[in-house]
Design a protein around this ligand. Structure first.
Ligand code: COA
Length: 173
């Protein structure tokens, strides 16, 4: 799978991508709000192997893409969409060297297009930790609406965490 947008390419990962992905997956400031990380090299390689294996699913229910800047060919982040019936969930992580340019917004919007126009989804949701304002801002920019807060539904890094839940329906897209 290979999708081109104005500034980005969203494509399936290949084994050689691990190093560029590791640059941000091993960065503590990137994973502050995530269940995973900071990754060791082994963990990033294992994750890349998992998402490559995912490419073989039939029918394919999960897409984890690497995001490449068209202008320079640099790998700047990752994003994904996971299907469960008529529902989808999206997520994204970018290298901080490329924050603040709207790339995450452009990639997340592309995932909505894939979900509604190609996968036939009716609803797409995303979650973030309440402190993760940058992620909530991406969700709002792509037209998602806040549904509410899931209280202490996740346990990771030694504590229970809340999540903000956002979604968008097909007719709102
Ligand atoms: C969440 C994350 C991807 C957001 O990255 P980001 O760079 O803030 O988001 P965008 O790429 O959409 O860029 C938005 C910023 O670019 C600016 N911008 C510039 N050009 C833009 C454009 N064409 N379109 C939209 N925004 C643009 C916006 O004004 C905004 O700046 P601001 O933060 O100063 O208001 C990033 O913070 C991240 O990787 N965090 C760690 C992982 C993570 O938390 N993932 C989400 C898990 S729930």
């Amino acid at each position: 799978m290979h999708i081109e947008t104005e500034r980005l390419i969203l494509r399936d990962a290949v084994p050689e991508d691990w190093e560029a992905m590791h640059e941000y997956s091993s960065d503590p400031q990137v994973v502050t709000h995530s269940m995973w990380g900071p990754n060791t090299e082994e963990q990033t390689k294992e994750y890349v192997a998992q998402i490559i294996e995912m490419q073989q699913q039939k029918p394919r229910m999960s897409y984890e893409f690497v995001v490449v800047l068209r202008e320079t060919g640099e790998l700047i982040g990752g994003c994904g969409i996971h299907q469960a019936g008529y529902n989808g969930e999206i997520g994204y992580t970018f290298n901080p060297r490329f924050w603040g340019h709207g790339y995450a917004t452009e990639a997340a919007f592309t995932l909505l297009r894939l979900g509604f126009e190609e996968l036939g989804l009716h609803r797409i949701h995303a979650t973030c930790r309440p402190e993760n304002e940058a992620s909530a801002a991406v969700m709002k920019r792509i037209g998602m609406k806040r549904e509410g807060r899931m209280r202490e539904h996740l346990f990771f890094k030694g504590a229970f965490h809340d999540s903000e839940l956002y979604s968008i329906l097909r007719h709102e897209f």
